[in-house]
Design a protein around this ligand. Structure first.
Ligand code: NAD
Length: 340
């Protein structure tokens, strides 16, 4: 087991890490980071993080798929591969920040269960309660609150939710937007870390608020996408030119992200997935997942959105349609019989 790093005086570095360290009266010379889940989003995020932190800072990575951690170590370098989630926690004597970017609620719950139990590290690592866990996964607020509670009640750190938007393109470019749910005293410290992977962090309130904001946004996106596909389909079937129709909508009250940036009619929005057989982009599976999470979280608060259940039926059919599955969610236009 690693010993605790010697405490040294606070110093200034180009990453702006000094502000993040305001939480401690003394601090270590080298910070350390854990990164769990190096998938489509996590891999480029971890890569950006590694390139922005000091080269002497330690970074431990873990994924259930060893091929991706090996690839990361080869391609990006200056990391240590942790063999298990528990291994990340055990190495975290010196670890100040652990990020998780995992698919679904049960993955996040399992990972934290393994990291927190048993809490053998506490006695020898008196600063463990200052570890910061940043979960960037899109999960439901109730599961997230359960994990936060487990972290806080075990005294092994602080937990915030920071789901993101911007997709794989934003993750690669380091331009993600993070929706942060955190207590006030953790906002500055968390933002210092997130800004190494994104360009904006919006603090929406206490823990779970980031997820609530994210799910409300993606609920609206799910509906706007279907409505745009239907409106474009109507106009095209009535004989209107799709580009002229979209240009008109985008200067009028129907304007939304799917109409302007991600128009579902091929050739209307430059570089939109519709122009490449709906490949790439934001997958129908992820859209359905987020919509279900929003509806589930709504139901837990006795909110029954009228349009959501119908939209869920549509996306559930789209994900299994052979002509639509595994494509960008704007493929709903094809599903409803839109002219391509
Ligand atoms: P992904 O499936 O590509 O990656 C998830 C990674 O987690 C995989 O590499 C997987 O092997 C790993 N993993 C699963 N269980 C694990 C465990 N127990 N321990 C360690 N690693 C484990 O998913 P993604 O597209 O990177 O998305 C991650 C999260 O970000 C999801 O919650 C998603 O909804 C959200 N998100 C995705 C996008 C997007 O465009 N892909 C955009 C915004 C938000």
């Amino acid at each position: 087991m690693a010993s605790i790093a010697p405490l040294k005086q606070v110093f200034s570095r180009s990453t702006g890490a000094t502000a993040r360290r305001g939480f401690a009266t003394t601090t270590r010379l080298d910070a350390s980071y854990g990164f769990i889940g190096l998938g489509q989003m996590g891999y480029p995020m971890a890569s950006n993080l590694r390139s922005k932190i000091s080269s002497s800072d330690k970074m431990y990575i873990h994924d259930v798929n060893p091929a991706v951690t090996e690839q990361f170590a080869k391609e990006i370098g200056n990391v240590e591969i942790a063999q298990s989630v528990r291994d990340v926690a055990e190495k975290s004597y010196q670890q100040e920040t652990i990020l998780t970017v995992l698919p679904e609620p049960h993955h996040v719950q399992n990972v934290f269960q393994q990291m927190l139990r048993p809490d053998a590290t506490l006695a020898e690592a008196p600063n463990n309660h200052e570890r910061l866990f940043i979960d960037c996964s899109t999960i439901d607020p109730k599961s997230s609150a359960g994990v936060a509670n487990a972290v806080h009640s075990s005294g092994q750190g602080r937990f915030v939710d920071a789901p993101m938007s911007g997709g794989v393109v934003g993750a690669r470019a380091g331009t993600l937007t993070f929706m942060l749910g955190a207590s006030e005293e953790l906002v500055e410290r968390t933002t210092e870390v997130l800004k190494m992977m994104g360009k904006r962090t919006i603090h929406l309130g206490p823990q779970t608020s980031g997820l609530k904001g994210k799910l409300a946004n993606n609920y609206l996106l799910a509906l706007n996408n279907i409505a745009t596909a239907e409106a474009m389909n109507m106009g095209v079937k009535w004989g209107l030119d799709p580009k002229t129709l979209a240009d008109m909508i985008n200067t009028a009250t129907g304007k939304c992200w799917p109409s302007e940036i991600n128009n579902p009619v091929p050739g209307v929005s430059e570089n939109a997935p519709a122009g490449r057989d709906y490949k790439g982009g934001f997958g129908t599976r992820l859209m359905l997942k987020d919509l279900k999470l929003a509806l589930q979280a709504g139901a837990e608060s006795n909110i029954v959105p009228h349009l959501g259940a119908h939209a869920q039926d549509i996306y559930s059919a789209v994900v299994v349609d052979p002509a639509c599955k595994d494509r960008d969610f704007s493929v709903v236009y094809r599903y409803i019989g839109g002219k391509e």
